[in-house]
Design a protein around this ligand. Structure first.
Ligand SMILES: Nc1ncnc2c1ncn2[C@@H]1O[C@H](COP(=O)(O)OP(=O)(O)OP(=O)(O)O)[C@@H](O)[C@H]1O
Length: 118
């Protein structure tokens, strides 16, 4: 089954613009926010701050898709490269800004780590 590619606007909307109030925690890949869809569905949005290689991102997505009762399911993902003009040492250069996020099943008792440590 292919994972759904989600629009950034949707992730922004369900996390109230990635607000502090929606922050669930921070892991080694970045911050995790609670997302609440209009229909009441709850998800965890893991915004990746760490710059992963394409292969690593694919692996992470695949790894997280494993359907096992103790492993959260990935519902969708977001992956976009923006091109921004920035001033670098007095010259305008085009910088690539990568935005990536994973949308996970929301665990009411926190992450796997919390389950394991009780
Ligand atoms: N699916 C989820 N549902 C609810 N809360 C979550 C979910 N995933 C993560 N969290 C929350 O976000 C925090 C950070 O989670 P994350 O998975 O990024 O890192 P971690 O498991 O703490 O560590 P690491 O990234 O090193 O594995 C967790 O401690 C948890 O509170």
């Amino acid at each position: 089954m292919e994972l759904a590619e989600l629009p950034f606007r949707l992730l922004e909307e369900i996390t109230e613009g990635f607000s502090e109030g929606r922050l669930l925690g921070t892991g080694s890949y970045g911050r995790v926010y609670k997302g609440v869809h209009k229909n009441g569905d709850e998800v965890a949005v893991k915004r990746l701050s760490y710059d992963l290689e394409d292969e690593q991102f694919k692996e992470l997505r695949n790894h997280m898709r494993l359907d096992h009762p103790n492993i959260v399911r990935v519902v969708g993902y977001y992956d976009e490269t923006q091109h921004k003009q920035v001033n670098y040492e007095g010259k305008f250069v085009v910088a690539e800004v990568r935005h990536r996020a994973l949308c996970l099943e929301y665990m009411h008792n926190g992450s796997l780590q919390k389950h394991l440590s009780g």
